[in-house]
Each structure stands twice: as structure tokens, then as C-alpha cells.
Design a protein around this ligand. Structure first.
Ligand SMILES: Nc1nc2c(c(=O)[nH]1)N(C=O)[C@@H](CNc1ccc(C(=O)N[C@@H](CCC(=O)O)C(=O)O)cc1)CN2
Ligand SMILES: Nc1nc2c(ncn2[C@@H]2O[C@H](COP(=O)(O)OP(=O)(O)OP(=O)(O)O)[C@@H](O)[C@H]2O)c(=O)[nH]1
Ligand SMILES: [Mg+2]
Length: 467
């Protein structure tokens, strides 16, 4: 299997400018010779055998069906000789016109010439198996493909360059040398003079190992908002302008707006980014006790949505006074990160707006008009400050682990803390050293060694075909 030659369409299916078919493995070049006829000086075409393909050159020619000899498409072909290629194997790329049928016909010609269809992620898996990239870099390729915003692309590119691996390797080597020192200390612990040494060593584990692991774990937590987006729900009584606010924020007429209270029933979702941070914005039904059974269902959905959301925009209508049920809601939302918006200031009495601001007595209160757009820029600023409390990206020079890596870092942290406790309580050397060994192994699997096929299969199966 390892020595097979695989092929796949590497570009999205459907009409497009150019499509790429990628071939990797020992037979890549022979297959190229079978399906591709090169154009040489002038317009005469030659089969590849006469003139060898040189590595990393672009050749113009045509792709033919090797059995029928029929022309499929004109194309460019690149041959990349191992190990200077994406997979470190011989790689051929055929660049043709893009279209479902033409790409499919070329792929069939390539398969007929001896290649096997690649599994999802198999090219990247080979790059990993052949040692060109480590596991964290391979996972970064998945993150890059799925990146929903600029910040996520930046994070994935950082990881592709191997930044996380550098940090983890540094921590791991430090642990290996501290383990050696610890063993020496413990060996001679019955001699009084080494006691200081032992404390200093534990201190060193605390600062140089545990704190650094904790920092990486923290990076993962902070970066989650860039990967998954922030859930932000709009809540309030009926008719206060929630749907108008959603439309204003996304600059589209997504939700129905009307002067009839109880217009919105289902949750309406929209996506926006504020300075690169993806936000999932949810408009909900106006909260109140209704007699209409369908509206009641909408209110139930709204309550559930608000409960699940850490971040709320609570809208108040400034053209009237606060209602009793609104006061209760305001009180109940104090436990969440809520921004209180006093809406409709374009038609409201200025004194009432002031009075409402005073009455709400919360950290974040902002007068706006969802209709005219007044205050919306300030709203975006507040969202950025309130939700992305720290400038997460700048501090992440050490790398940003994904969830799988973070779980392993958490595990290593526990194993090391346990060891520190054991040693300070003077447990046996065997037990402490065993824990440290486990932790060193755990850290090793964060960026992967090439031994665990089963784990890798699950990771690589998340890719799309052709990657
Ligand atoms: N046409 C095309 N574009 C592409 C890719 C590809 O495979 N094909 N890539 C696919 O993801 C990305 C580029 N990534 C790549 C990473 C390494 C190598 C590579 O050949 N590395 C060798 C040789 C480096 C060199 O010449 O110095 C190596 O690292 O040994 C190629 C592409 C994005 N664009
Ligand atoms: N003048 C003014 N009218 C607004 C403003 N925001 C909303 N409205 C009006 O208020 C009415 C209700 O707006 P919606 O956005 O549908 O209110 P809602 O909170 O989504 O209402 P429900 O879905 O019924 O809960 C509509 O007639 C809007 O045009 C505003 O800032 N100024
Ligand atoms: Mg609405």
C-alpha cells in the first residue's frame, strides 16, 4: 500500500477556471507519459518517451485517453521528482480546464494507466508519513481548508510552519533533562545537602514546564473564538427592533421587520466578522406571555437560545418607558455578558433616553437606532472590546493547539503535577519517574511520532479528497 501510486482531483468540483489532478507515488512519471503528449517547438506533439520530463518544469501539451487515444483536453503538466515534492514521493500535477466531466475523464485516464484513487487526506498523510511535516502541521492543513475568517487562516499558517512543534519539543527536551536531574537528586535524597537541590528542581518544573504547558492550553481556549466564532443572541420584548438590528448589522434584509409585535418566530441566524472575529448572530422572538400557540413556540425557542448564549444584545425601545417584565429580564441577564441597547433614539425623547440609561445601571449601555444606523459603529467597537477581551492573536507566538492537542497537554499537565506532589511527599523514585515518563510520552504525541497508524487514520479522514 505504501508504494502504491495514488491520484485525485485536488480542486473543487464544478465549473471553474483551472482544475488540478494530482498523482503521487513511484509510477507517477510513467502515468504522465501514458496520458500526456507534450508539445515541442512549433505545434507538433510528441509522446513523453523520447524526451525525458525534467523535474519542476512546466510542460504544455494535451491529455489523451490512453486506450482510445482520444484527446481529452489541453493541459499543463508538472513532474516533481522525489523527495522535492509535497509528499516526498514522485508527484505529477496535471492542470486542465475545470469542469466535472473533463476532470472526471482525466482522472479515469490516470486510473486506467495504473493509479489508485486517493483516500481523503492521503496526500497529506504521505507528507506526514514520509517525514516532511509533523502531525500538528498536517492538522493545520485541515484548519486552513476550513478557516472561516482571516484570523483562522493566520493561525493555521503559523501552525503549518511548525511553531507549536517547536514549543512542545522545547518543553519536552527540558523535561527529559529535568527527569535525569530529578533521578540523581532522589537517588541521594538521604544526604541532607541535596535537599535544597530537590526544591529548586521542583520549582524549575513549575516554572519551565507547567507554566509553559498552561500557557499553550490557554492559547487554545482563547483561540477557540477565532475557530468557532462567537455566539451572540439578540433578545428583548416584542417590537423593540431586534430584527431591524440584525439587518442593520449584516447590511441585509434577512429578517422580516414589521410594526406588528410578534413578527419573528424562528431563530434567524446570520454571520458577520468584526475585525476578523467571526460572529454567529441570532435574532429571536420577542419575549412575552402570548396566547398565540405558535408565538409561544417561538418564545420557547428564544428562551433556549438565550440560555445557551454567553453573549447577549438586549434591546429596549426608547419610545416608551421600561415595562415591568423588562426590568425582570434585565435583572436576570446580569449573569451573562450582556450589552444593553436603547433603540429607536431617532424618534425618542432625549430625556427619556438619559433616564433609561440611568435606570439600567449596567456596564454596557448604548443608545442606538437600528433604523438609521446611528451608534452601530460604537456597538461594533464595544463588541470587540467586550467579547475579545484580550488581543489573543498577538500573544500566541508559542503556537495554538487544537482540541486534540490541548487534551494531551491537559493530560501531561496532570501527570507532571502528580509527579511534583509525589516527590514533595517523598514517594518512591520509581513512581515519580514513571509519571514523568508518561508525561514525556504524552507530550510526544501532541505533534506525533510516526508509529500510531490507527490514530492517524482518524485524523486524516477529516480531510477532503485530493488533499
Ligand atoms: N499546485 C499546487 N499548489 C499548491 C500545493 C500543491 O501541492 N500543488 N500545495 C499543497 O498543499 C500548497 C503548497 N505546499 C507545498 C509544500 C511543499 C511542497 C514541496 O514540494 N516541498 C518539497 C520541496 C521544497 C523545495 O523545493 O525547496 C520539500 O519540502 O521537500 C510543495 C507544495 C499550496 N499550493
Ligand atoms: N424609528 C425607529 N423605528 C424602529 C427602529 N428599530 C425598529 N423600528 C421599528 O420598530 C418596529 C419593530 O421592528 P422589528 O425589528 O420587527 O422588531 P422586533 O423586535 O424584531 O419585533 P418582534 O420580532 O415582533 O419581536 C418596525 O416597525 C421597525 O421599523 C429604530 O431604530 N427607529
Ligand atoms: Mg423580529
Amino acid at each position: 500500500m505504501k508504494h502504491s501510486t495514488i491520484a485525485a482531483i485536488s480542486t473543487p468540483l464544478g465549473p471553474g477556471g483551472i482544475g488540478i489532478i494530482r498523482i503521487s507515488g513511484p509510477e507517477a512519471k510513467d502515468i504522465l507519459k501514458r496520458v500526456f503528449i507534450r508539445a515541442e517547438k512549433g505545434s507538433s506533439f510528441h509522446r513523453g518517451e523520447s524526451n525525458p520530463f525534467r523535474s519542476h518544469r512546466v510542460y504544455y501539451g494535451k491529455i489523451i485517453d490512453p486506450h482510445k487515444g482520444r484527446l481529452i483536453d489541453e493541459a499543463l503538466a508538472i513532474y516533481m521528482k522525489a523527495p522535492k515534492s509535497f509528499t516526498r514521493e514522485d508527484v505529477v500535477e496535471l492542470q486542465s480546464h475545470s469542469g466535472f466531466v473533463v476532470l472526471d475523464r482525466i482522472l479515469n485516464a490516470v486510473i486506467d494507466s495504473g493509479a489508485l484513487i486517493a483516500e481523503p487526506g492521503e496526500f497529506t498523510k504521505r507528507a506526514f508519513m514520509n517525514g516532511r511535516i509533523d502531525l500538528s502541521q498536517a492538522e493545520a492543513v485541515i484548519d486552513m481548508i476550513n478557516a472561516p475568517c482571516e484570523a483562522a487562516v493566520y493561525m493555521a499558517s503559523q501552525q503549518m510552519m511548525g511553531i507549536l512543534k517547536e514549543s512542545v519539543d522545547e518543553i519536552r527536551s527540558k523535561m527529559i533533562s529535568l527527569r535525569a536531574q530529578l533521578e540523581v537528586e532522589l537517588e541521594f535524597s538521604d544526604q541532607n545537602e541535596t535537599q535544597m537541590g530537590k526544591d529548586a528542581l521542583l520549582e524549575s518544573i513549575q516554572h519551565e514546564i507547567l507554566q509553559k504547558i498552561a500557557r499553550l492550553v490557554q492559547n487554545q481556549k482563547e483561540a477557540a473564538i477565532y475557530r468557532d466564532g462567537v455566539l451572540l443572541s439578540i433578545a428583548g420584548l416584542p417590537n423593540v427592533g431586534k430584527s431591524s438590528l440584525l439587518n442593520q448589522l449584516v447590511q441585509k434584509e434577512t429578517a422580516i421587520v414589521s410594526e406588528v409585535p410578534g413578527t419573528t418566530r424562528d431563530i434567524v441566524r446570520e454571520y458577520l466578522t468584526i475585525r476578523g472575529v467571526p460572529i454567529v448572530l441570532c435574532d429571536t422572538a420577542g419575549l412575552h406571555d402570548s396566547l398565540d400557540p405558535i408565538e409561544c413556540l417561538g418564545v420557547q425557542k428564544a428562551r433556549k437560545q438565550i440560555q445557551e448564549s454567553d453573549n447577549i444584545l438586549f434591546v429596549i425601545d426608547a419610545s416608551r418607558d421600561l415595562l415591568e417584565e423588562e426590568k425582570v429580564l434585565i435583572e436576570s441577564l446580569k449573569t451573562k455578558r450582556t450589552l444593553f441597547l436603547i433603540n429607536k433614539i431617532d424618534i425618542a425623547d432625549k430625556n427619556r433616553v438619559k433616564k433609561l440609561e440611568g435606570m439600567i445601571q449596567q456596564k454596557w449601555v448604548l443608545p442606538i437606532s437600528a433604523k438609521t444606523g446611528k451608534g452601530i459603529d460604537q456597538l461594533k467597537e464595544l463588541l470587540l472590546k467586550g467579547i475579545v477581551e484580550s488581543d489573543a492573536i498577538k500573544q500566541m507566538d508559542a503556537g495554538i493547539p487544537n482540541l486534540r492537542q490541548r487534551q494531551l497537554l491537559d493530560k501531561a499537565y496532570k501527570q507532571i503535577s502528580q509527579c511534583v506532589q509525589d516527590v514533595s511527599k517523598e514517594y518512591t523514585l520509581d513512581r515519580a519517574s514513571e509519571k514523568l515518563n508518561d508525561a514525556i510520552d504524552t507530550l510526544g504525541s501532541v505533534c506525533g511520532t510516526r508509529e500510531r497508524e490507527d490514530l492517524y487514520d482518524t485524523i486524516f479522514s477529516q480531510f477532503c479528497i485530493g488533499k
